[in-house]
Design a protein around this ligand. Structure first.
Ligand code: NPQ
Ligand code: MG
Length: 369
């Protein structure tokens, strides 16, 4: 049993090595809320997946801060001792706010596993100590620039590239990257920027031997994804549309996707992420671990999740240096064979470096109930 005595919220800001552009905007810095849970046996770290604005999902840093400070943390502090497996249930009275809940659950899991000397990967059911890694490539200023960036990532060892696309930057860049790298596993991610009426775009993409087309249509439309999937040879992968294991079940049964991107933050926590994995695995649907430009803290948890047996496709579990000149933990590094180590130490297996943490911190608030 864990007694959470206090929780510290911390907003951090890290410059990105290059701006990251998707169909919903460009970011030059990564801003995230970190959660530190204190217990009599020691503490644990969590990282929230939200960004500064509600573009990828409804949540944003300021909303997660308020949800945690005024509702989620107080209800845990007042509820008495608990197991990490109870966190989601204890917070179930609060609707939504899955990224905020996931960050708090991660911190409590980390505290508990550290105290017990168990790694997160072992606790979740991981089966490998290294995972093959892909990289997500933002929308570039030109096709030549994109091909150049892809070339660089492939030279570092990444085994799959995902190209961010949007209307006006899709078929032509994909054809050029495919021409330049005929044997590379390539996927694309529309982040919901397309509609069923964009049939010609999908027909053209369908001829480029892509691993998958991620979240082409609006996040609220499973039926349109099913209609599109029935017309395509390329598997559709859902990201934003999958908020929990029940969504995964519905999407698979409707034929809305043949692959699922799992992000613990998006589905309300690492333990729900395992349930999404289980739903997909039971139905023969491959999954992979998505990314939200996490610092070394969230990146460690992603690597643990990606070590589960159903994660049969390379994830967006890129190395620290894909995003940051300096991470807040020791950097997660890509080996030349395109794999990264799953942290093996207790809990998430990494800790922020005090100097780096101090340098990146924008704001701190402690909640003691
Ligand atoms: C995706 N991520 O799979 C996301 C979405 C995303 C690695 O492609 C700042 C912080 C900007 C997180 C833009 C990747 C972001 C972000 C896009 C996440 O859809
Ligand atoms: Mg995506």
């Amino acid at each position: 049993m864990i007694r959470v005595r206090s929780v510290e919220l911390r907003l951090v800001s890290l410059p990105l090595v290059r701006p990251f552009r998707t169909s919903f905007g460009a970011d030059a810095t990564k801003e995230a809320v970190l959660v530190r849970a204190e217990t009599p046996e020691g503490g644990g770290w969590g990282e929230c997946a939200a960004g500064p604005a509600p573009r990828y999902s409804e949540e944003f840093n300021a909303s997660t801060w308020l949800a945690l400070r005024d509702h989620l943390v107080p209800s845990l502090l007042q509820g008495g001792p608990l197991e990490p497996e109870d966190v989601a249930g204890r917070l179930g009275w609060a609707r939504g706010h899955r990224m905020a809940k996931a960050a708090l659950e991660m911190a409590i899991l980390d505290a508990d596993l550290r105290a017990r000397g168990v790694s997160l990967a072992d606790h979740l059911g991981g089966v490998r100590d290294r995972v093959p890694c892909g990289v997500s490539v933002g929308i570039a200023g030109s096709v030549a620039e994109l091909v150049d960036q892809v070339q660089g990532y492939l030279a570092s060892g990444y085994v799959r590239v995902k190209l961010k696309i949007e209307p006006g930057f899709d078929v032509a860049p994909v054809i050029e990257v495919r021409r330049a790298f005929p044997d590379t596993p390539i996927s694309v991610d529309g982040n919901g920027a397309y509609a069923l009426e964009d049939g010609p775009v999908f027909d053209a993409l369908d001829e480029q031997d892509l691993l998958m087309i991620e979240q082409p249509l609006g996040h609220e439309d499973l039926l349109d994804h099913a209609a599109l999937q029935s017309k395509l040879t390329t598997p559709i992968c859902l990201d934003e549309s999958i908020r929990h294991a029940a969504d995964a079940r519905a999407a698979i049964e409707l034929g809305a996707c043949r692959v699922i991107n799992i992000k613990a933050g998006r589905v309300g926590g690492l333990l729900e992420a395992v349930r999404v994995h289980d739903v997909a695995r039971d139905r023969g649907v491959p999954v992979w671990c998505g990314g939200m430009l996490e610092t070394g803290i969230g990146r460690a948890a992603n690597l643990a999740l990606a070590s589960l047996p159903g994660f049969t496709l390379p994830g967006d579990t890129s190395a620290s240096d894909r995003y940051f000149a300096e991470d807040i933990t020791d950097p997660h590094r890509l080996a030349p064979d395109g794999t990264m180590a799953v942290p093996g130490g207790p809990g998430i297996g990494v800790e922020p470096l005090p100097d780096r943490l101090a340098a990146c911190t924008v704001e701190v608030e402690r909640i003691t109930g």
